[in-house]
Design a binder for this molecule. Structure first.
Ligand code: HEM
Length: 463
């Protein structure tokens, strides 16, 4: 079989057809569904930059990659993360690196570098392998039972397991890890419900009724992580074991100061938040899409089968599986888990024909840029081969930004790429996974861009 010929040439995976105007935008924002993706006007996917006034805020969307570069890279210091974004996450992550700004962010970013390095990845890799093997065993049990299972929940489980094992050398099944995992699920639901309130007001928004449950979920997560940190501090860090040890051993390059206990909890909460739902969402979309594409599935399986049954070395995984990686890149283009990067200028700044003021919101959206009519051929179609080296020249610089851009670019990109390649190869290599109701699956912008509901699937072991 010539595998290259088996991929259907034109497949449009689920996405809302943009049609919104300001009226629908506000309606969606205030509805229980609050899915921004259904509210985006068609025009947004054509313009290079646009302005909209919502409530008492001015909101700018920047699509042009060169303009995005000016703001996010060249003048990044004038564009810290917006308060609306920071306030939404700081009950969970304190002043951790994901939300910190200015010199506090710089110092933390320098200090987490060893925990995110290639050496740290090679130490994390065996933990990943163990978590993936457990995931394969759970899905095999579902296949034997013959009952539908929630694919999205399983992928959140395994990616949270990977994060936990790589931070603390402990699996998620441990009682404390499970407490964090379950409280995080509540955090996610409640933060989705709170987000629209916060966007509409530039001042302090009124306190909606969900806020108490939200704070309780954050306290449960931080309390548990704090106890785990205390135990590790008491037993002493053993250099090079895991991310917890790397963070405990990290020092500020200027002052030599280490993270305080609270700061350690902040960073670990960041890794948990930033490091598992993103990867889980990417993999959910990959499996949903591949269920429609036997040709692409066959190509991934050929690469997975070539890995053999034993644990592939990190080097083999990083160097190999080129088609699987192109599929994952294309999934990240169509469903970037972080769909909107939100900043606010510190000082007035002229950007194209507008003068942006402090308090304005500036959005650079991977979701919009990745589907922009001006930068991509057939932007809504699934075509992994657009990432073939010989077609690289077709992609404008900075039009592909699933991991962000500039100094705040995701430090976990290599980690996520290794993890998702291994998981996808193992799941596709061992199972047929088919959604029970494929027609109902649509993307929704929550904390990450996820399917709008539970993705029930049937798994069958491959013969
Ligand atoms: C497919 C998986 C992932 C995607 C798509 C992703 C995407 C992103 C994006 C877009 C940002 C920048 C946000 C902004 O500028 O506003 C970011 C930041 C960050 N990510 Fe990831 N991420 C992924 C996985 C991970 C993993 C596995 C980790 C850690 C193990 C991680 C840790 C972080 C951290 C610590 C930041 C904050 C960096 C800073 O502000 O300096 N991410 N991520």
């Amino acid at each position: 079989m010539n595998l290259a010929e088996t991929t259907p040439p034109r497949y449009r995976p689920p996405a809302p057809v943009p049609s919104g105007n300001l009226g629908t935008f506000l309606k969606v924002l205030l509805s229980r569904d609050a899915n921004l993706l259904t509210a985006l006007p068609r025009r947004v996917f054509d313009v290079l930059m646009g302005e909209r006034v919502i409530g008492d805020r001015r909101l700018y969307i920047i699509n042009h990659p060169e303009t995005a570069r000016e703001v996010m890279v060249e003048r990044a210091a004038n564009y810290p993360k917006a308060a609306v974004f920071v306030d939404a996450l700081s009950p969970l992550v304190g002043d951790g690196v994901f939300v910190a700004n200015g010199s506090s962010w710089r110092r933390q970013r320098d200090m987490i570098r060893p925990a995110m390095s290639g050496i740290a990845l090679s130490r994390a890799y065996p933990h990943m392998g163990a978590a993936v093997a457990d995931c394969v065993a759970r899905v095999a049990a579902q296949a034997r039972a013959g009952k539908p299972f929630a694919l999205d929940a399983e992928l959140s489980h395994v990616t949270a397991d990977v994060v936990f094992r790589t931070i603390f050398s402990e699996p998620i099944e441990a009682e404390e890890a499970m407490t964090v995992f379950e409280a995080f699920a509540r955090f996610q639901v409640l933060s989705d419900q709170l987000a629209p309130w916060k966007l509409l007001y530039s001042g302090r928004p009124p306190t909606p009724p969900q806020a108490a449950g939200f704070r309780a979920a954050c306290a449960a997560i931080r309390g548990t992580l704090g106890r785990m940190v205390d135990r590790r501090l008491a037993s002493g860090a053993a250099a090079g074991r895991d991310i917890a040890d790397a963070l405990i051993g990290a020092t500020d390059p200027e002052t030599g100061r280490a993270f305080t206990r609270e700061e350690l909890v902040d960073q670990i909460a960041v890794f948990f938040l930033a490091g598992h739902e993103t990867t889980a969402s990417m993999l959910t979309w990959a499996l949903v899409i591949l269920a429609n594409l036997p040709g692409a599935t066959a190509r991934i399986r050929a690469e997975a089968d070539a890995l053999g049954q034993g644990e592939p070395s990190l080097e083999a995984l990083q160097a190999g599986l080129p088609y699987t990686k192109r599929v994952l890149r294309e999934v990240l283009r169509l469903y970037p888990p972080v769909g909107f990067l939100v900043r606010s200028p510190l000082a007035p700044d002229k950007v194209r024909r507008w003068t942006l003021q402090p308090g304005d919101l500036v959005v650079v959206s991977p979701w919009v840029i990745h589907r922009h009519r001006g930068f991509w051929k057939d932007p809504d179609l699934f075509d992994p081969d657009r990432f073939l080296p010989e077609r690289a020249a077709d992609i404008p610089k900075d039009a592909y930004i699933p991991f962000g851009l500039g100094p705040r670019i995701c430090p976990g990109a290599a980690f996520a790429t290794v993890e998702s390649t291994l998981l996808l190869a193992r799941l596709m290599g061992n199972f047929d996974i088919t959604p029970v109701s494929p027609a109902s699956i649509q993307p929704s912008a929550r904390l990450t861009i996820r399917p709008n509901g539970t993705v029930l699937c049937q798994a069958r072991a491959r013969g």
